[in-house]
Structure formats: structure tokens, C-alpha cells
Design a protein around this ligand. Structure first.
Ligand SMILES: NC(=O)C1=CN([C@@H]2O[C@H](COP(=O)(O)OP(=O)(O)OC[C@H]3O[C@@H](n4cnc5c(N)ncnc54)[C@H](OP(=O)(O)O)[C@@H]3O)[C@@H](O)[C@H]2O)[C@@H](O)CC1
Ligand SMILES: Nc1ncnc2c1ncn2[C@@H]1O[C@H](COP(=O)(O)OP(=O)(O)O)[C@@H](O)[C@H]1O
Length: 287
């Protein structure tokens, strides 16, 4: 069994992303921790959007909306806390952060949804299907007061850069930086040792996590967690790297409890993230 050292994690988090280690103010309410909206879940892929929504809730967001392109979904085990509706209705709602693409198909209606949300969103996380739409349906560049984050895996990065997954894996730092510059965005190039880059030159290679994350839906969980931290007001300079690190640490924590790496389920990650976030919390005078 791989050991998991909570105190080492806490020290690392305090050094690199202190804002995720802060205790909640006693007088806080759900509005304090923001609203995230997930848009995705086309036919056969509602699970992806629901996983992102669950991850956003367990990551500490105050309120989470999930808009499904294929609505109503077939019978599904979804958290009752999620506010689930059809994608068009959710796209018209208010949210601090939009997470678009988890389980989103390549249809004209999905492209229209993406364009619509892009005009309204101040903070936009683009994953999976949204990334596949970009080559044919480019978005206007983000304005100075907006934040955009792209979370491609090597297959999605290859499509965006007109390359191949193998070539991307061989040139991961270049690919992440190139995407960040071209899209004026923060980029997480996912995979073993994910690369994080920004248009302004931030670069970090995330070293934690394990092969348990190589399972369907774990990228959807990452997108939801990232949107969650951003909705909670954590600055993008900390939120992106913190989400990738928390996701990896959650997989390590599960593996240490023999819930993986083999057979780890993406849906098991959010509870582990919650456990971890609460152990990272420091109170004044105790750090
Ligand atoms: N429960 C649900 O509803 C779920 C729904 N989901 C939703 O399904 C949709 C399709 O997503 P998807 O990832 O399955 O297919 P797609 O985007 O075509 O990419 C495949 C290509 O990328 C490559 N590739 C990937 N990683 C790589 C790496 N590290 N290193 C190298 N290559 C890598 C891969 O390579 P290969 O496997 O050929 O080696 C292949 O070329 C999406 O919307 C998602 O949200 C899923 O999240 C699952 C749970
Ligand atoms: N071998 C690995 N080591 C560490 N992290 C991994 C590994 N394989 C996958 N991951 C992580 O798991 C997630 C997979 O995301 P993605 O490929 O988008 O899957 P899905 O579309 O099924 O959700 C990414 O965050 C990636 O970095």
C-alpha cells in the first residue's frame, strides 16, 4: 500500500496554493462560495456533466447548475443538491463560472450554446466536447477582464494544433505553451505529469497522481473541480494548479486505501477531494 502523508500535502499546498487552505468564515453562506454552471451531457454522455457537477459541489462551490444537452437524461444516480435542467435553460441562468464541454457532442446546437455562453461568461472552463468544437467554431479572444481555461488531453490538443496525440506527448511543454498563447488562456495539458501553462508565461508540471486516473470521467471531475475553485474566488494563478494537484492527491489518497489505482472510479474522486481539502485547512495561528 502506498503511504499517504497528509502533513506533507498540507505543507505543499500552503506553499503553492495558500488560498485553498483557508478556513471558512463563520458568517459565510452559500453565496460566499459562488455558483458554477456545467454545460454538456449530450445523448449517452450525461454522466460526464453530472460528474463535473458533483466534483464542483464536493470541491466546495456554494451552488452548482448542470445543463444537459440531452434532457431529461435516462435514469441516473445524480446528487440531489445539483440543479439539473436542459442546457438552454441553464445557459440563460446566472453563474460565476461556466464549465462547458463535458460530454458535449459536436452538433450545431452545441456550437451555438458555446458561442452564447462565451459572450456572457466572465470565467469559462473549456473541456472535452467544447475543445473539439473550437477548430470549426472559434471563439472571440477573451477580454482583459475575463478568464479562460482549456483542459485538453493529448487527443484534444492534437486536434487544436493540427498534430497527432503522439507528437503532442513528445512535445508537451511546447504544446501547452502554444495553446495558451494562441487562445490567450490558461491551459492544462492532461495526462501523466500534466503541464499547466498560461499566456503570460506561467509554467508548471504537476508531478502527483497515479494511473488510477486513467479511467473514464476523471477529466470531467478535474474540469468540475477547477470550475469550483474559480467560483469560490480563488485566483486563477492558484486555482488551476491547485485543481490539478488536488485531483492527483485524491487519486493517491484512494490508492493508499486500496481503492485503486486499479479500478478507481472517477466518481470516487470528489469525496476524496473533499476529505483532503478539509485536512488542508489552516486556522489563524495554526500554520
Ligand atoms: N460517463 C460519461 O458520460 C463519459 C463521457 N465522456 C465524454 O466523452 C466524450 C469523448 O471523450 P473521449 O476522451 O472518450 O474521446 P476523445 O475526446 O475523442 O479522445 C480520445 C483521443 O484522445 C487520445 N488521448 C486521450 N488521452 C490521451 C493521453 N493521455 N495520451 C495520448 N493520447 C490520449 C486518444 O488516444 P488513444 O486512446 O487512441 O490512444 C484518442 O485519440 C467527451 O465529451 C467526454 O467528456 C468521457 O469523459 C468518459 C465518461
Ligand atoms: N497515468 C496517469 N497519471 C496521472 N494522471 C493521469 C494519468 N492518466 C490520466 N490522468 C489524468 O486523468 C484525467 C483524464 O482526463 P481525460 O483524458 O479528459 O478523461 P475523460 O475524458 O474520460 O474524463 C486527466 O486529469 C489526466 O491528467
Amino acid at each position: 500500500m502506498t503511504p499517504f502523508d497528509t502533513e506533507t500535502c498540507r505543507r505543499y499546498a500552503l506553499q503553492h496554493f495558500p488560498d485553498i487552505c483557508r478556513a471558512r468564515p463563520a458568517d459565510s453562506h452559500k453565496g460566499t462560495f459562488g455558483t458554477a454552471a456545467v454545460l454538456g451531457g449530450s445523448k449517452g454522455m450525461s454522466g460526464a456533466a453530472l460528474l463535473a457537477g458533483e466534483a464542483a459541489m464536493y470541491g466546495g462551490c456554494g451552488k452548482v447548475l448542470v445543463g444537459l444537452e440531452h434532457y431529461p437524461p435516462p435514469a441516473h444516480r445524480a446528487r440531489l443538491e445539483l440543479m439539473i435542467d436542459d442546457a438552454a435553460a441553464v445557459a440563460a441562468a446566472d453563474a460565476d463560472v461556466w464549465i462547458v464541454g463535458c460530454g458535449l457532442a459536436q452538433t450545431d446546437s452545441a456550437a451555438a450554446l458555446l458561442q452564447h455562453v462565451c459572450q456572457r461568461a466572465r470565467v469559462l472552463v473549456l473541456d472535452a466536447g467544447a475543445l473539439h468544437l473550437l477548430p470549426k467554431h472559434p471563439l472571440p479572444a477573451p477580454s482583459a477582464d475575463t478568464v479562460r481555461v482549456l483542459t485538453p488531453h493529448p487527443g484534444e490538443a492534437a486536434k487544436l494544433l493540427k498534430s497527432t496525440p503522439d507528437a503532442i506527448v513528445q512535445n508537451r511543454v511546447w504544446a501547452a505553451r502554444e495553446l495558451a498563447t494562441r487562445h490567450q488562456a490558461w491551459v492544462v495539458l492532461k495526462g501523466h505529469e500534466s503541464v499547466i501553462a498560461s499566456a503570460s508565461g506561467f509554467l508548471r508540471i504537476n508531478r502527483n497522481g497515479n494511473a488510477g486516473l486513467a479511467t473514464a470521467g476523471s477529466g470531467d471531475v478535474l474540469a468540475g473541480l477547477l470550475g469550483s475553485l474559480l467560483a469560490q474566488g480563488i485566483a486563477v494563478e492558484q486555482a488551476v494548479a491547485a485543481a490539478v494537484w488536488l485531483h492527483g492527491a485524491a487519486a493517491e489518497w484512494l490508492a493508499a486505501r486500496q481503492t485503486g489505482p486499479i479500478g478507481l472510479l472517477a466518481g470516487e474522486l470528489p469525496v476524496a477531494v473533499r476529505w483532503l481539502r478539509n485536512r488542508l485547512v489552516t486556522v489563524a495561528g495554526n500554520n
